[in-house]
Ligand binder design. Structure first.
Ligand code: HEM
Length: 420
């Protein structure tokens, strides 16, 4: 089958060629704009694809689930993989100390502490503040009429929510987004020297800031039921000597991770969701007319344009996956964006359907590392998108949205809009 190139309307690569030529280290502008034809080609022709650097790229739903669920064989520990990429640098120390890039027991200890502060009760208690925040942003947009969907809305929500979660004083939140973008940007498959330098500087500045915040919180602890930082500082009180405690390094880096994990991903859920709705006017109308479908609509936005497109694992032993033998020590990229459009799991997967059920997408991963903040992300997405639509049902994009030029985190840097 030949594919149409959007740029020149001409026939370009066959799906077979797309799959054959795919290299995560040489992504094209067409891929950044629309990776789904490539994902589909890979799923159909080479679902367990060996890349030129010796790593593998997985695109089938079932293969991702196998890798996610089998944590002994598919390790999340990134020390081996990141040593050549980052050397002895702040980025290396940060990423290899974060819970997401560790296996048990380091992973389990930190996860237990974090999950305790993200209980359904704690999240339900955040709803009132969240509604007030979203309404304040919508009031400001109403006055402006022409606005920036990402800067004025999508990105302004998670920074406040995560800031509240760690109780970062409001006036100290401004640098958080740029630090987060710089640190996560350094996780792209290929990074330039300036991205590496920016990532390292962001870690150093972030650590410097957190040290003072932790010092202040030690002096004046918050309520550990709702303040994650106090919870991480105090550790677990299991009634015995030596209950779970984090070292200073673990504490600081996992706070940075938490602040980052909820930022760009949730910004992209809200931004991608509203851009996708404007590209599918009949689904947009359906959602406006049936606001009670917001929950399934958010799930469909998560599936259709997943904010986090890739996960990574390394094999700890020789293993067969999807008919291919992988040696021990092989890096694998789990392509969430491709699995979420796998026809073996989703009926008519290229269709954007706001009432799709069932919808067992992998936008939050699955298994032991499944997103610890997914209930919060869902709440943020539902409140932000439903209140935005209720207020500005006729919103329109003005000009072309600008993509961030990232493959791992899919979203927009800027989306000029009018309230219509
Ligand atoms: C739409 C928004 C979000 C998306 C798409 C998303 C996606 C993900 C994914 C795919 C993972 C699994 C990584 C892996 O297995 O390799 C993950 C892990 C994680 N996420 Fe999220 N996330 C979102 C929002 C949040 C928020 C709001 C928070 C915090 C409040 C958060 C905190 C975490 C944490 C702590 C982990 C690590 C869990 C572990 O390793 O056990 N995320 N997220």
């Amino acid at each position: 089958m030949a594919l149409c190139n959007r740029e020149n309307g001409g026939m370009t690569a066959t799906t077979r060629e797309l799959a054959d030529n795919f290299d995560l280290e040489k992504l094209t502008p067409e891929f950044y704009a629309d990776p789904y034809p490539t994902y589909r080609a890979l799923r159909e022709h080479e679902p367990v694809k060996r890349l030129p650097n010796g790593s593998y790229f997985l695109t089938r739903y079932d293969d991702l689930v196998t890798a996610y669920k089998n944590t002994k064989v598919f390790s999340s520990d990134k020390k081996k993989e990141f040593a050549p990429k980052y050397g002895a640098s702040p980025l290396f120390e940060h990423h290899t100390t974060s819970l997401v890039f560790n296996d048990p027991p380091a992973h389990t200890r930190v996860r237990r502490l974090i999950m305790g502060a993200l209980s359904p009760r704690a999240i339900a208690a955040m709803e009132g503040d969240l509604v007030r925040l979203v309404d304040r942003l919508l009031d400001a947009i109403e006055t402006k009429r022409e606005f920036e969907l990402i800067g004025d809305f999508a990105a302004a929500i998670p920074v406040e929510v995560i800031g509240n979660l760690l109780d970062v004083p409001h006036e100290e939140r401004e640098p958080l987004r740029d630090w987060s973008l710089a640190i996560l940007g350094a996780l792209e498959p290929v990074i330039q020297p300036e991205q590496f330098a920016r990532g390292n500087k962001a870690i150093e500045d972030f650590l410097g800031y957190l040290e003072t915040l932790v010092e202040r919180r030690r002096a004046r602890p918050g309520n550990p039921e709702r303040d994650v930082l106090t919870r991480l500082i105090q550790g677990e009180d299991n009634g015995e000597e030596g209950g779970e405690r984090l070292s200073e390094t673990e504490l600081l880096h996992n706070c940075i991770f938490l602040l980052n994990a909820g930022h760009e991903t949730t910004t992209n859920l809200i931004g991608n969701g509203l851009v996708t709705l404007s590209a599918y006017p009949s689904e947009k109308r359906r959602l406006i007319e049936n606001p009670n479908t917001i929950k399934t609509a958010v799930e469909e936005m998560l599936r259709f344009e997943s904010s986090n497109q890739f996960g990574n694992r390394m094999t700890t032993q020789r293993v067969e996956l999807g008919g291919v033998m992988l040696d021990s020590g092989t890096s694998v990229t789990l392509c969430i964006g491709a699995a979420n459009r796998d026809p073996s799991q989703f009926n008519d997967p290229e269709k954007f359907d706001i009432t799709r059920t069932p919808n067992r997408h992998l936008a939050f991963g699955t298994g032991a590392h499944q997103c610890a903040g997914m209930a919060l992300a869902r709440l943020e997405g539902a409140i932000a998108i439903s209140r935005f639509l209720a207020r500005f049902p006729a919103y329109e994009l003005k000009g072309s949205p600008l993509r961030g030029g990232r493959a791992r985190f899919r979203g927009f840097l800027s989306v000029p809009c009018t309230v219509g």
